[in-house]
Design a protein around this ligand. Structure first.
Ligand code: ADE
Ligand code: ZN
Length: 342
């Protein structure tokens, strides 16, 4: 194992862009299908893995919504979330900000409370037993109506003690942020912290709209913001974080090759860019594999890697005190490590 590899693998870090339903590994999918008598169009885990060939976001979403059909009981959501936490505990993740898609469950008759109950029990246990702190963000599915999003927000308002923020995900093209302007206004009034996927497949104008209309506090993906130099300046000047997902971008055709990934350009432009896994089971890697992939393709050095880990805490919604503690730990780690020569 090279020094830089070990430096990445053992570095304390936060993950800020992670769909819990996207951590469903084929083995657990098969197990839950059997447990719940759900018929899948796959005979075994190899067939599931073989289906993970995507040429765009919608290709992936079709498989992702099918996969989550095995999640029925609170225990299923617990098992899913616990498996993710155990996995990233081994990757030295100290803090996670997790998305869930309530409408992916309520639409098929699984209650909001069933999903939320299982996820929050695992997150609480993760904090106690693994020392991983967390925040939960509920996403609105942007291909569904404003009315359906309001319905979801109503559920969220009953559960404010467990839900920190609101997000926007699913099919981006043709579903601009402005479609959810009123939902976000009410969500902000109710005290939820707003974020949104923007500029993954959609244009820079969608990123701008998410900032101006939804008044988001963090940009999820944001790749296409780079098409607009003035917007890049604005994002850099604001210090707002961008949650970038390299392996996701590659697997969904947002980039053709990892060597074209804009992460280094984002950092060079002064953007608080972070590295995340999005849907690790579907895209071939958890957060460490994402760091390793961009490091190798872009030739990132130890200073770039340290900046990215620092950004993961700076860009988080941790309290200022918790951020300071995490950053101190990170600094101690870097000082204690024989940093690879650049
Ligand atoms: N839902 C899960 N992963 C997503 C992604 N990368 N983009 C939009 N919606 C998603
Ligand atoms: Zn995402």
């Amino acid at each position: 194992m090279s020094d830089l590899y070990r430096f990445i693998a053992e570095m304390p870090k936060a993950e800020l862009h992670l769909h819990i339903e996207g951590t469903l590994e084929p083995e657990l999918m098969m197990e839950l299908a059997q447990r719940n008598n759900v018929i899948l169009p796959y005979d075994d885990v190899d067939e599931i893995r073989a289906a993970y060939q995507f040429s765009c976001l919608q290709d992936f979403l079709d498989v992702y919504y099918l996969g989550m059909s095995v999640l029925i009981t609170e225990r299923d959501f617990f098992d899913l979330t616990w498996a993710y936490l155990e996995k990233v505990h081994g990757q030295h993740v100290a803090h996670v900000e997790i998305f869930f898609d309530p409408q992916g469950h309520t639409e098929r008759g699984v209650s909001f409370d069933t999903a939320l109950g299982g996820i929050t029990s695992a997150l609480e246990r993760g904090e106690k037993e693994l020392g991983i702190s967390s925040k939960l963000i509920m996403c609105f599915l942007r291909h569904l109506s404003e009315e359906a999003a309001f319905e979801t927000l109503k559920h969220g308002c009953r559960c404010k003690e467990s839900i920190f923020g609101v997000g926007l995900d699913s099919s981006e093209a043709g579903h601009p942020p402005s479609k959810f302007a009123r939902v976000y206004r009410e969500a902000r009034q109710e005290g939820f912290t707003p974020v949104a996927h923007a500029g993954e497949e959609g244009p820079a104008a969608y990123v701008e709209q998410a900032l101006d209309v939804l008044k988001i506090e963090r940009i999820d993906h944001g790749n296409h913001a780079l098409d607009d130099p003035l917007l890049v300046q604005r994002i850099a000047n604001s210090g707002m974080a961008m949650t970038v997902c390299p392996l996701s971008n590659l697997r969904l055709g947002v980039i053709d090759d990892m060597s074209q990934h804009p992460l280094k350009r984002m950092l060079d432009a002064g953007i608080c860019a972070t590295v995340n896994s999005d849907d690790p089971s579907y895209f071939g890697g958890y957060v460490n594999e994402n760091y390793l992939a961009v490091q190798a393709a872009l030739g990132l050095d130890a200073n770039d890697i340290t900046a990215l880990a620092k950004n993961s805490f700076l860009g988080s919604f941790m309290t200022e005190g918790a951020k300071a503690t995490a950053l101190e730990r990170l600094e101690g780690y870097c000082q204690g490590f024989q940093l690879p020569e650049n």
